[in-house]
Write a protein that binds this ligand. Structure first.
Ligand code: ARG
Ligand code: ZN
Length: 870
């Protein structure tokens, strides 16, 4: 049955609330028995039917207040159990059975590599038992787990362990009580053979919290980075938001089969092991950094998500946007601030911007959906975080803190809406957010164009801003948004001047409120030709078309006091060159661009990590977003040639820096060392861009002698793309031999294979999918292979063979794991600007997929949107 569209405007508070739930699990991998006791209270006097949701359950029985209900008292369907004529207060006892082993969707309770694990957000709890599975029903949970002691020595659930002991037949039990009310999506259980490490954290009020991290046997030595990150995050949340942890224990579990990155279940966070385990031999620097922030993310959810949650899934950004904002701020404070901020913007441009340009474009708080799983997106998460950041930029740090304090005080223990959050921002600061709130409902990325005009006679400098909000698939009419513009003005010596607007001196940096389609800001007492610096620190999620002369842009690359803007303007210069080269089908790199790179390479005042960031060109994906017409092969070719030209012109400089950044020091993950390695490796990749023998030799040497994965994997990828097929085969085989038994190493190998620029790539990848080590039921394997192929090998993916291959894989995944399939189908759904022949093939393949039996609703929603947009 096709799922229906549901609308935010139809939200209705629940008819029945639940005070207490107790659950009993008789755990078994293929036959788990679940018994619940749910205490209901009517909250809508007119209601008669009490609805419990279900998905893929085997019903056994239901009784009310201790009496078995007869078939006339309820209606049982595939997705609902409706109890008729429900009284004002009663308790239900329901029994059902589930099969965790058959659950390859990894939603609900599932069996993976010997362990039983849950994932309940968004609607997985109804795959465990009959329940009013919606986030605005918050209850206290008591959970009893029973299972075979040998297979499942560790039994975990939310909250405090209140009882445990042995049972007959080699079984044992554990009973947990979570004193905090929570929605069912935050329920979790884990049962299995797990090792663990432990530590503790003393909170600001002096309470000692026991911290435990559980992992598959043999991996404990890879858990220490996560533990250190957790303690940092706990401290940071106390210092930055005054948030203290609220239970005596905090457990974290790492599992290998997991759809998402991680999940914030109350006091029992569960992580995809690929976002958690790290040691120098198998993890790269970027993973260390990612782990630090995602550990933060899930921990921060305890307040922004668990204590205060969303009243419906339309409000998802309430918890996700805010928590991403919190983890990004945490990242900025514990890692290199500016490089980190740039990294987050790069992510937005690579992941979120394409969403806004796609048929699935949606606002951070969508108005409708078919399948909520399709809305765990860059828009809801990362753009949602930018919206929070803008509010902070507008009202200032102090007011923002007052506002979050107010939010925690007012709404603790409740399920609320985005409007409630914004109302706290308004109340604490006195600022009127009415216009600003359009960011919650309007989809699309505004394009802001800026020009500057100096009036020599009146000594004024006029900055003119215009914003264009293009229609998106779901919303044709757009209004101007409230855009905060953090800015400054530089004189010709590169010094910031006083900003005088309407006779008022605003200091050297200010935030302009740009709220109309076009606004002129006239600054006074500007005594010489200046240059503006706008959108400092990326103060709004927009596309900035800066109409300054190239000369001024290069001036800003050198002189802007805002590191983000220096980077951004250089990106814009690269993009201009790339777009022109694509248009002319000929690459020419102006001398001032090379000169800018040369200066960066030798500038002692720029950190190594910032240098590496500055020297990285926009990705192919970003280029696509800027093209009116997309030819993937040309984009790829032009970008590669651009890199080659830089390599030729700056060979000597790159060689020097490559040498200077070589070190024999033992591996550590300090910001400084990470920066050194990243500059070292980016120089190596430039040096090898033309496949020149001497440089390739350096890469080979690095590959075979590195003592850490960061250097080794960089060298591997360089060799695979630049050293010719024979060498590529040799190093890939060597890498496979070294790491095939390490999940993280094996996944890296998959990714390296998927990026190969070879003719028979799809045959090669189809062959790899048949390897014994490869499992199509493991989301990481699939994403590392298919995701990398589609995302990072556009040149080869956007071909008939590429589309056919993806479609074949999606057809298999449709029954195995629709969520993972849905994440991949995106790569074929935004084709409006593609070449005609590509469009035709995609349409054919999408129709092939659309017509299969039992197509999952998430795929259906995306394909139908894509086809509608034709
Ligand atoms: N709430 C989790 C997090 O962001 C992610 C859960 C993803 N769940 C899903 N159904 N897609 O931390
Ligand atoms: Zn989250």
């Amino acid at each position: 049955m096709a799922k229906e569209v549901i609308y935010r405007k139809d939200y209705k508070a629940p008819d029945f609330l639940v005070d207490n739930v107790s659950l009993e699990f008789d755990l078994h991998e293929s036959k788990t028995l679940v018994k619940s006791r749910i205490e209901f209270k009517k909250s809508n006097a007119d209601a008669t039917d009490c609805v419990l949701y279900a998905d893929d359950l085997i019903f056994i029985s239901v009784s009310m207040n201790g009496e078995l209900l007869s078939i006339d008292d309820y209606i049982l369907s595939e997705n609902e159990l409706v109890v008729k004529n429900a009284p004002d207060e009663f308790f239900l006892e329901v029994e059902n059975e589930i099969n965790p082993k058959a659950n390859t969707s990894l939603s609900g309770l599932y069996y993976s590599s010997g362990n039983l694990t849950t994932q309940c957000e968004a609607q997985g709890f109804r795959r465990i038992t009959y329940y009013p599975d919606r986030p605005d029903v918050m209850a206290k949970f008591e959970v009893t787990l029973r299972g075979n002691k040998e297979n499942y020595p560790i039994l975990l659930s939310n909250g405090n362990l209140i009882d445990s002991g042995n049972l007959e037949d080699g079984r044992h039990f554990a009973k947990y009580e979570d004193p905090f009310k929570k929605p069912s999506y935050l329920f979790a259980l884990v049962a299995g053979k797990l090792d663990h490490i432990e530590d503790s954290f003393t909170t600001m009020s002096g309470k000692k919290v026991a911290l435990k991290i559980f992992c598959n046997p043999g991996n404990v030595n890879k858990c220490y980075h996560a533990m250190a990150s957790l303690k940092k995050a706990m401290k940071w949340d106390e210092e930055t938001y005054g948030r203290e942890y609220d239970l005596d224990i905090f457990n974290v579990v790492f599992v290998d089969d997991f759809n998402a990155g991680a999940m914030e279940n109350k006091s029992l966070n569960i992580f995809n092991s690929s976002c958690a385990l790290a040691d120098p031999i198998t993890a790269v620097d970027a993973e260390y950094q990612f782990i630090e922030t995602i550990i933060g993310h899930e921990y921060f959810h305890n307040w922004t998500g668990d204590r205060i949650t969303c009243r419906s899934w339309f409000e998802l950004t309430l918890k996700e946007g805010l928590t991403v904002f919190r983890h990004e701020s945490f990242g900025e404070s514990v890692q290199d601030r500016d490089v980190n901020r740039i990294g987050d913007v790069v992510k937005l441009r690579n992941i979120q911007l394409p969403e806004d340009l796609s048929p699935m474009a949606h606002s951070i708080r969508p108005d409708s959906f078919v399948e909520i799983e399709n809305f765990y997106t860059g828009t809801v998460y990362e753009k949602g975080a930018e919206v929070i950041r803008m509010m902070k930029t507008i009202i200032g740090d102090e007011n923002f803190r007052k506002a979050t304090d107010l939010y925690f005080e007012k709404f603790d223990g409740q399920a609320v809406a985005c409007d409630d959050f914004v109302s706290c921002m308004a109340e604490a600061s006195g600022f009127d957010f009415t216009h600003f709130k359009l960011w919650y409902s309007q989809a699309g990325t505004p394009i802001v164009t800026s020009t500057g005009e100096w009036d020599k006679i009146n000594r004024t400098y006029k900055i003119t801003l215009t914003q264009e909000n293009k229609p998106t698939n779901n919303q044709k009419e757009k209004l101007p948004l409230f855009i905060p513009v953090k800015m400054g003005i530089l004189n010709h010596e590169g010094q910031e001047i006083d900003l005088i607007l309407n006779g008022k001196n605003l200091g050297k940096e200010t935030v302009l409120h740009f709220t109309e389609e076009k606004t002129e800001f006239v600054f006074e007492e500007v005594h010489s030709q200046p240059v503006y610096s706008l959108f400092r620190d990326f103060s709004a999620p927009i596309i900035h078309k800066n109409k300054l002369e190239d000369e001024d842009k290069y001036f800003l690359v050198k002189h802007d006091t805002n590191p983000f803007c220096r980077w951004d303007i250089l990106q814009q210069l690269s993009m201009d060159i790339l777009l022109k080269s694509i248009h002319d089908e000929m690459v020419e790199v102006p001398e001032n661009f090379i000169e800018a790179f040369r200066i960066i390479l030798s500038d002692e005042n720029i950190s190594n990590s910032m240098k590496a960031t500055l020297l990285t060109l926009p990705s192919e994906k970003e280029i696509e977003s800027n093209c009116e017409f997309i030819d993937h092969q040309i984009i790829h070719k032009v970008r590669q040639e651009f890199i080659s030209l830089i390599s030729i012109k700056l060979h000597e400089e790159m060689m020097d820096v490559f040498g200077e950044t070589y070190s024999k020091k033992e591996y550590d993950v300090s910001a400084e060392e990470i920066g050194r390695r990243s500059l070292h490796n980016i120089c190596l990749s430039y040096l090898c861009a033309n496949g020149e023998k001497g440089s390739i030799h350096l890469a080979e040497h690095q590959y075979f002698h590195a003592d850490n994965m960061t250097d080794q994997y960089s060298a591997l990828n360089i060799l695979v793309s630049k050293a010719g097929e024979r060498t590529a085969e040799i190093v890939l085989d060597n890498f496979y031999d070294l790491y095939k038994d390490d999940i993280s190493g094996f996944n890296k190998w998959l990714s390296a294979q998927a990026r190969r620029d070879i003719d028979n790539i799809t045959d090669k990848l189809r062959e790899i999918m048949q390897y014994e080590k490869f499992s199509i039921t493991n989301p990481n394997n699939v994403r590392r292979l298919m995701g990398s192929f589609a995302m990072f090998n556009a040149n080869r993916f956007h071909t008939e063979e590429g589309y056919k291959f993806l479609t074949d894989v999606l057809i298999s995944l449709n029954t195995i794991n629709p969520n993972i399939a849905s994440g991949l189908v995106d790569h074929m759904c935004s084709f409006s600007k593609f070449k005609e022949e590509n469009k035709e093939i995609i349409l054919r393949e999408l129709k092939r997929l659309r017509s299969i039996d039992k197509l999952a609703p998430n795929l259906q929603e995306k394909i139908d949107n894509a086809l509608k947009a034709v």
